[in-house]
Write a protein that binds this ligand. Structure first.
Ligand code: ATP
Length: 300
């Protein structure tokens, strides 16, 4: 049974459609990345599944059941910068969190501080922590009460490379310990390094979901060019099934779901519209390059 099933969620803010019929499932024990550029609807989706926001339409199930307070206790979350007090130590801060949330115990505080590798610094003031340590303490707070699932919104945002590496290691350790992790990220590289499953959002629409391997190998990339590259770019904008396109010095890259489009179809389409292609090749990409392309290429 999936830990979370999201069914056809819609959400608008006035005229802005933040989510437009998003559905996917999160398997138990996975590290699930919700990937998309800024404004693609990630925070809105996390807010809905955490019951902070209400969807306009659609539903979701936690552990196979409609959301309830009981279910909520099994979910730890870190949506925004948490309320941690600068003049208090890690232990004191977690005591405050514990009494507000009613989760965890005094013994649990020490255990979560060990988990996030802050035990040695447990009595230092929060204000003396690096950004990475602050974020790890926030994750420790989310871990009080031993949640089955941890939901994190952009957990490495604003951190330096060392802080980023520490958080990524921590997420992997938490997954090994049996937590299911659901995390939003706008970094493909991060999803590749940390997650085993991914859902890609673009302008509130789900464009792919599955294991990272599946999603990555699920695309064909064609490289085309013609003498009038602007006209070609325009023409291909409406090509059926196109996931995204990118103008590069070598030509226009077109991305489709695996085996959906034959190169001859593209050639014929362009010819019929009066553009003669001077190049049409199938592009093979290394995994890392492909991730990078997606990050830069998910045009809004
Ligand atoms: P980011 O990483 O920048 O937070 P995101 O992928 O999390 O992006 P959301 O924050 O969910 O995306 O925003 C989705 C869309 O909804 C954006 O166009 C955003 O401007 C809009 N939006 C989000 N919150 C509100 C709000 N309270 N009122 C109006 N529009 C909003």
């Amino acid at each position: 049974m999936p830990v979370l099933e999201i069914n056809n969620i819609h959400k608008s803010y006035g005229k802005i459609k933040a989510l437009n019929g998003v559905s996917f499932s999160v398997p138990e024990g996975s590290v699930f990345g919700i990937l998309g550029p800024n404004g693609s609807g990630k925070t809105t989706l996390l807010s809905i599944i955490l019951d902070v926001l209400q969807a306009d339409a659609g539903s979701y199930l936690w552990f196979g059941e409609p959301p309830s307070n009981e279910q909520r206790k099994r979910i730890g979350s870190l949506l925004e910068t948490p309320n941690l007090y600068h003049y208090l130590s890690a232990v004191q801060n977690l005591r405050v969190t514990k009494s507000i949330s009613g989760r965890g115990s005094i013994e649990a505080i020490e255990a979560v501080l060990e988990k996030v590798k802050l035990y040695e610094r447990r009595n230092s003031r929060f204000s003396t922590y690096s950004l990475g340590m602050k974020q790890r303490l926030a994750i420790a707070a989310a871990l009080l009460g031993s949640p089955t699932v941890l939901v994190l919104d952009e957990p490495t945002n604003g951190l330096d490379p060392v802080g980023i590496a520490e958080i990524r290691e921590l997420i992997k350790t938490l997954a090994k310990d049996g937590h299911t992790i659901i995390m939003a990220s706008h970094l493909l590289d991060e999803v590749e390094k940390v997650c085993d499953h991914v859902a890609i959002l673009k302008k509130g629409e789900l464009i792919a979901s599955g294991t990272v391997e599946q999603v990555l190998s699920d695309e064909d990339c064609f490289l085309i060019s013609a003498s009038d590259s602007d006209a070609l770019y325009e023409l291909m904008s409406d090509y059926p099934g196109l996931i995204r396109k990118k103008q590069t010095p070598e030509g226009l890259e077109l991305y489709f779901s695996k085996a959906e489009i034959a190169p001859a179809n593209i050639n014929e389409f362009c010819f019929q519209k009066g553009i003669v292609l001077d190049q049409l090749t199938i592009k093979k990409k290394r995994l890392e390059e492909k991730f990078f392309e997606l990050t830069g290429g998910l045009h809004q």
